[in-house]
Design a protein. Structure first.
Length: 702
């Protein structure tokens, strides 16, 4: 009966919007799908159809239409090869993986490079945060997988780039409001316009939620600004700045399987005992200068700096915190980061064919003061850790694109990366000696690919390349068996990527991409042991990831549209190894934890061009996901469905849009994400049942 009520309510909203369309001003006809233009693979604007890479673009309409625009999980699920698990835990951020890279991350994003308007959101050690991405002001998101990701440096198992939109030509002010289940709401305002040579876009918002689970409330204040100044023959200057303030975000912690079955909304008892929570403040700014040097040469320069402060209270037993080598249960980080980059590009011809070459250098630096305190039942106590950490990278790269013949195109590149870790221990006490140290890692990562145009609407491609992934500072933090000092025995993992694919234009308004890939990794970084708040890591012998990705989008007559993303990924350890204390064996053939063998996203949309009304149904499927290397337990697979509808009214100089969204409309109980290798068996983070969301946006322009 309740499913029928939801369906009838959805139908009633659709009928109301349909009935109102006669009073609305007519809209222009729908935009015909054009070849997608990307910059992530070749570093210059190119049609993705002509590049030998797996890359997908999420456009502005997809980002904004029927979504609250809070998390990347709202839109990246439609990209094959990418798994985005919204933990329903804003204290730990999203869990993003690309072809299995990044799946082991217990907090934040690692193994996938995050970039916003040319500024890295991933630090030099490979650890990144997606919370600072501002979806409300985004123009598009580009998602790159495969070997050309490695041309972005360390820990680039995939690349997710977000680009802020330019301000509209006419000065426009918009305000929006979103409200939904579990005390969730968001208010935002945006202003943009062209003022002579200056283009401006400013967006600000506040988001709050009580959370689906107990002890999971959060508040997030964000602001994002982009100023673009046309210097004429001297090029274009673009300044971007953003802030994030997320105080006292409650952390409900993971649950055991028995606790999930008993009550999936509960928080672990230790979350109350230790008042587990996290506060984050981040401010950053960046400047880019695009300077044409001649008819064929151009320079792109960037500089950025920022500060990120994090205080996190963990649930670690007091007895474990009392150990001489313990870092306590309160993490206090003050991070300053900055970077410079310079790229030269030449667009010319070679042998009478288009030839583009780029070469550049990047230098990025993170300097943090890391302190640890005893978490005395939610109150910071005695100092247990005090160190100054620094990690930096200096990279040089070059790549070229050549249209060798009318049918054959070639893309190739090479990057040399040097990553240095340096730690200065300022907390020396009995049983805890000076653990200062430093280590350097360096790798050269080549990538090459070719595209063959079979017909004007069908291309085939092949590529191959190498990549690497250093440990993060968090993974270097502890040595095995309780020994003191950083774990400098931990080595970067090395990967070899190979891929075959086809790209096709289907009909007059459709795209089909299919990719088959194999990735062999040596020295895969895995959890060795986790106890008493200490998690140490080791290098496993080797892994293999192989699979297929399919992405299809199509517009049909009558206003219908479809989208499909399917990923089949077989990710396994190729050789057995031992880990933990006492040691246990991980058998060859065991699946990589946190990686679903199959992910499917499907969508059917109907639009009325005259009124702007739309209605859509979405479906998501995931296979079961193992929680540790031993594959001793798993989160069950699931299928969930979502509904959304939207409509608009418009007149001269104004527009109002509304949407209604129902996620998990069948009220399915399932686990949305897992905490890989969680020490106490609390692997599971339950997803919410049925969730209602409504939103309205008012735009006024002159």
């Amino acid at each position: 009966m309740r499913y029928l009520q939801v369906t009838l309510g959805f139908a009633a909203a659709m009928a109301a919007a349909w009935g109102a369309r006669a009073q609305e001003a007519p809209l222009p006809p729908p935009v015909v799908a054009l070849p997608e233009v990307t910059v992530s693979a070749s570093r210059v604007e190119r049609e993705s159809m002509d590049l030998p890479v797996s890359i997908d673009i999420v456009d502005q309409r997809t980002i904004r239409e029927g979504n609250p625009q809070v998390n990347l999980s709202e839109v990246l699920g439609r990209v094959p090869g990418i798994a985005v698990q919204n933990r329903q835990n804003f204290a730990q951020d999203l869990q993003i993986s690309s072809r299995g890279f990044g799946a082991r991350s217990a907090f934040g994003v690692r193994g996938v490079r995050l970039i916003a308007d040319g500024i890295p959101a991933t630090m030099p050690d490979g650890q990144g945060q997606a919370a600072s991405f501002n979806l409300s002001s985004a123009q598009r998101i580009e998602v790159l997988r495969g070997p050309f990701s490695s041309l972005y440096g360390n820990a680039a198992g995939g690349v997710v780039q977000i680009f802020t939109a330019d301000g509209p030509q006419q000065p426009t002010l918009s305000v929006n409001a979103v409200a939904g289940s579990h005390g969730t709401w968001k208010l935002g305002a945006q202003y943009g316009g062209q003022h002579g040579p200056l283009n401006l876009l400013v967006d600000t918002s506040r988001f709050e939620t009580d959370g689906y689970r107990d002890h999971s409330g959060a508040r997030r204040d964000q602001a994002n600004a982009k100023l673009k100044y046309d210097l004429g023959s001297a090029g274009t200057l673009t300044f971007v700045a953003n802030t994030l303030d997320q105080p006292e975000t409650a952390d409900p912690l993971g649950l055991t399987a028995a606790q999930v079955a008993q009550n999936p909304r509960q928080a672990f008892a230790g979350a109350y005992t230790f008042n587990t929570r996290k506060s984050t403040t981040q401010t950053q700014g960046g400047l880019t200068w695009d300077l044409p040097l001649s008819g064929v040469d151009a320079l792109h320069a960037r500089a950025y700096a920022g500060d990120r402060q994090v205080t996190q209270y963990l649930a670690i037993p007091l007895a474990a915190q009392a150990a001489a080598t313990s870092s306590g249960g309160v993490v206090d980080l003050d991070r300053g980061y900055s970077g410079l980059g310079l790229r030269w590009t030449r667009n010319t011809q070679w042998a009478g064919r288009r030839f583009t070459v780029s070469a550049g250098v990047d230098h990025d630096r993170l300097a943090e003061q890391r302190r640890g305190f005893v978490n005395n039942n939610g109150i910071a106590g005695a100092l247990k850790r005090d160190e100054d950490d620094e990690v930096s990278n200096t990279d040089v790269y070059a790549q070229f694109e050549w249209q060798a013949t009318e049918r054959l195109g070639v893309l190739a590149g090479l990057r040399h990366s040097r990553v240095r870790f340096d730690s200065r221990d300022r907390f020396v006490a009995p049983g805890n000696p000076d653990d200062s140290g430093a280590v350097n890692f360096s790798r050269t990562t080549p990538a090459a690919g070719a595209t063959w145009r079979i017909t004007p609407a069908l291309n085939a491609y092949v590529n191959a390349g190498r990549g690497f992934e250093t440990p993060t500072f968090a993974e270097l933090a502890y040595r095995p068996s309780g020994a003191t000092g950083l774990n400098f025995a931990l080595q970067p993992s090395r990967s070899l990527h190979r891929e075959l694919g086809i790209k096709a234009l289907t009909g007059t308004n459709g795209h089909l991409n299919v990719a088959l890939f194999r990735i062999d990794v040596r020295d895969e970084i895995v959890v060795n042991s986790s106890t008493g708040g200490r998690t140490d890591f080791k290098n496993a012998s080797g892994t293999r990831r192989e699979g297929v990705e399919v992405a299809w989008r199509q517009q049909f007559a009558g206003g219908f549209e479809t989208a499909l993303a399917w990923t089949r990924l077989d990710a396994r350890f190729r050789e057995s190894f031992t880990s933990g204390t006492p040691a246990s064996t991980v058998a060859a053939g065991s699946r990589l934890p946190g990686v679903a063998p199959s992910l499917i996203y499907g969508e059917l949309v109907w639009r009325d061009a005259a009124s702007g009304f739309y209605a859509a149904v979405e479906a998501r499927q995931s296979d079961k996901v193992f929680v540790n290397d031993q594959n001793s337990d798993a989160a069950a697979g699931y299928v969930v469905g979502n509904l959304r509808t939207g409509f608009q009214q418009r007149g001269k100089g104004w527009r109002v849009t509304e949407f209604i969204r129902v996620d998990n409309f069948t009220d399915r109980s399932y686990v949305g994400s897992v905490i890989v290798a969680e020490a106490n068996g609390r692997f599971f983070e339950p997803a919410p049942g049925r969730v209602f969301t409504v939103g309205v946006t008012v735009e006024v322009s002159r």
